[in-house]
Ligand binder design. Structure first.
Ligand SMILES: Nc1ncnc2c1ncn2[C@@H]1O[C@H](COP(=O)(O)OP(=O)(O)OP(=O)(O)O)[C@@H](O)[C@H]1O
Length: 240
């Protein structure tokens, strides 16, 4: 198993944003986290990645207890994440942006960070010159840059937060292919996503959150047929 959470809780004041959530993600899996707006998906991702330490519960990565470990330490042991809104260094080139990942991801001085960065840009099929300034990229180019930067850290688990947001249907097909390629290259993935087409196409397993609680888990098909899930999305009035 690459990641396990046991009874993870995170509150904001009186709000239980994540309430006793337990998940098990197997190595090589693409695991989807879905749920209505405000369900706690990003907060759960943040408790896994070390942004918010959970108030209760445990997080294990490759069998190691990482509960409460800082985000930078978690990155060093092999977990990287991307954000719904891509944060790049706009005045640096694409290559330099990805080098940040290759230098930061290693605990020791990296031999050839530029070589590693170029390899990752080629892996994500970045379409422009690596000298292009990051500030000049469009949405899909920024997403490829961010994926290359995360992969340059040598991560074994990649957390994707709404990676498909803002893409055209054509770009979405390319992204679907790239997500599978990342997994086939040995990186397990947990993805928070609203776009059901992408979830149904790539995920091996899905968990559904609603008001901070996990209400269902299973294959994509099992999950979309689950009565509790239909109620969470549509309301009881519309579900027979
Ligand atoms: N830093 C914060 N401070 C206070 N409340 C927060 C904070 N972050 C999230 N919340 C609240 O916690 C709840 C869960 O938010 P979260 O962003 O995790 O949900 P989500 O499922 O990712 O939603 P969305 O799909 O809309 O992005 C929401 O009610 C949100 O307003």
């Amino acid at each position: 198993m690459i990641l396990e959470t046991i009874g993870v809780c995170k509150r904001f004041g009186g709000l239980k944003a994540v309430n006793e959530v337990s998940l098990q993600v197997e190595e090589g899996q693409i695991y989807g986290l879905i749920g209505p707006n405000g369900a706690g998906k990003t907060t759960l991702l943040n408790t896994i990645a070390g942004v918010h330490p959970p108030e209760a519960g445990k997080v294990f990565f490759k069998g190691q207890d990482i509960t409460g470990l800082r985000a930078d330490k978690i990155c060093h042991i092999g977990m990287a994440r991307t954000f719904q809104i891509v944060h790049s260094f706009p005045n640096m080139s694409v290559l330099e942006n990805v080098m940040v990942g290759s230098v930061f991801g290693s605990r020791r001085p990296v031999d050839k960070p530029a070589k590693k960065a170029a390899e990752m840009l080629n892996f994500v099929e970045f379409p422009l010159s690596h000298d292009t300034l990051a500030g000049n990229l469009n949405t899909i180019q920024l997403k490829r840059l961010e994926l290359a930067r995360a992969l340059a850290t040598n991560c074994k688990l990649l957390l994707l937060d709404e990676v498909a947001a803002g893409l055209t249907p054509g770009e979405l097909i390319d992204l679907t292919i790239l997500i599978r390629k990342i997994r086939d290259n040995g990186t397990s993935i947990i993805m928070v996503e609203h776009l059901m087409k992408l979830i149904m196409d790539v995920c091996d397993k899905i968990a559904v959150l609603c008001f901070g609680e996990k209400i269902a888990e299973g294959t994509p098909q099992e999950t979309i047929e689950n009565q509790k899930v239909l109620e969470a999305y549509l309301g009881t009035k519309y579900v027979l």
